[in-house]
Write a protein that binds this ligand. Structure first.
Ligand code: KG4
Ligand code: ZN
Length: 334
């Protein structure tokens, strides 16, 4: 078995898979309620909560499946990119556990894990594919030279797409995290949409930018007020603006690179409007599209388990609990 832990942001998640990737256990504890009053993730609160919950979740994984630590061949864990306190919580906890039982550890790159579950993990990711991760911390477009090597070809110059959803929701008085709330409100509207911005300029044509849209949205609401009856139209218009900017830039990248496939993951990839616009775009361009299944779009330990399993089988990056395993909060840049 592979025991896997994800704690890079505000979800504490544990999974157990066997050597074929079959899932035996998966549970995630969200910290949304804890961070909601602050309108975003508070790193110190997140790391403390991971430390409290991890032992409890791992205990449940074994007691509920009847499996034991003796059956674990390796422990996979996200070590970056992410919030260093949360990463350290998992590293410290698993180091103790693995040291006691002499279990190898497999550090996992969070972004690769998001992309790995876009395509069935038993299938190879085609060389030169493009990979997009859209979440609360990332709006990053990669050229996958040869899996798992990623070249960054575009990124947000300001807010991440998920952050843009969260900030827009806050202005509308909707709870955190805002993406699913905006999506819910938007689904109630079928009428005309409000256009907040005309074109979004970035120096690199594969980059993304959401701050101008957010400013225009806030400006519009200041002028017109936040009458709750207007929320569905505002949410639908804002969602449409975010999605059309994403698909515009992805479309440009597809034309420039002609990749053999596009892989998409991250919390925002759960958005149904985004998914259907991506399907239309990829169909138009004749490029196979692989999106993470909706329940695996947000942060979860299943993606860590499957990425860790692939590394373990290939003998890549396997470490001992005695080795220096440190948080790599900016792993995508160092
Ligand atoms: O991947 P994720 O769970 O955590 C990070 O690594 O950031 O992504 C969380 C982000 C949040 O900003 C949340 O608002 C957004 O993903 N999100 C969505 C949806 N579900 C989650 N955004 C738009 N539509 C959704 N259905
Ligand atoms: Zn993530």
């Amino acid at each position: 078995m592979i025991l896997a832990v994800e704690s890079s942001c505000d979800d504490t998640s544990v999974a157990l898979v066997d050597m074929t990737g079959a899932l035996f256990f998966h549970r995630s504890l969200s910290q949304n309620d804890l961070h909601a009053p602050f309108g975003g993730v508070v790193p110190e609160l997140a790391s403390r909560t991971h430390s409290e919950r991890l032992p409890f979740l791992v205990e449940q994984a074994f007691s509920e499946t009847g499996l034991s630590l003796e059956q674990v061949s390796a422990a996979a864990l996200t070590v970056g990119p992410g919030l260093s306190g949360g990463l350290l919580a998992a590293i410290s906890f698993l180091k103790g556990l693995c040291w006691a039982k002499n279990i190898p550890m497999v550090p996992v790159h969070h972004i690769r894990a998001h992309l790995r579950v876009a395509l069935d993990p038993s299938l190879e990711i085609p060389r030169e594919s493009l990979g997009l991760v859209v979440s609360g911390g990332h709006t990053h477009l990669y050229r996958i030279r040869e899996w798992p090597d990623l070249d960054l070809v575009g990124q947000t110059t300001d807010d991440a797409a998920g952050e843009a959803f969260d900030k827009g929701a806050k202005v509308l008085g909707l709870p955190y995290p805002g993406g699913p709330e905006i999506e819910k409100q938007a689904s109630l509207w079928t009428g005309p949409l409000i256009k907040f911005v005309r074109g979004i300029n970035t120096r690199n044509s594969f980059d993304f930018s959401f701050s101008g849209l957010k400013t225009a949205f806030v400006g519009h609401i200041r002028q017109t007020g936040t009458d709750p009856s207007k929320t569905p139209q505002l949410a639908a218009s804002y969602q449409s603006a975010i999605v059309s900017h994403l698909t515009d830039r992805i479309g440009k990248a597809l034309e420039a690179f002609h990749p053999p496939s596009l892989l998409v993951g991250g919390g925002v990839a759960a958005n149904l409007h985004f998914r259907s616009e991506l399907e239309i775009l990829c169909e138009e361009k004749g490029i196979p599209l692989y999106m993470a299944p909706r329940p695996l779009c947000g942060d979860n330990a299943v993606m860590v388990a499957l990425t860790g399993l692939e590394l373990f089988r290939a003998g890549r990056g396997v470490m001992s609990p005695y080795d220096e395993i440190r948080p790599r909060p900016r792993w995508d840049e160092d």
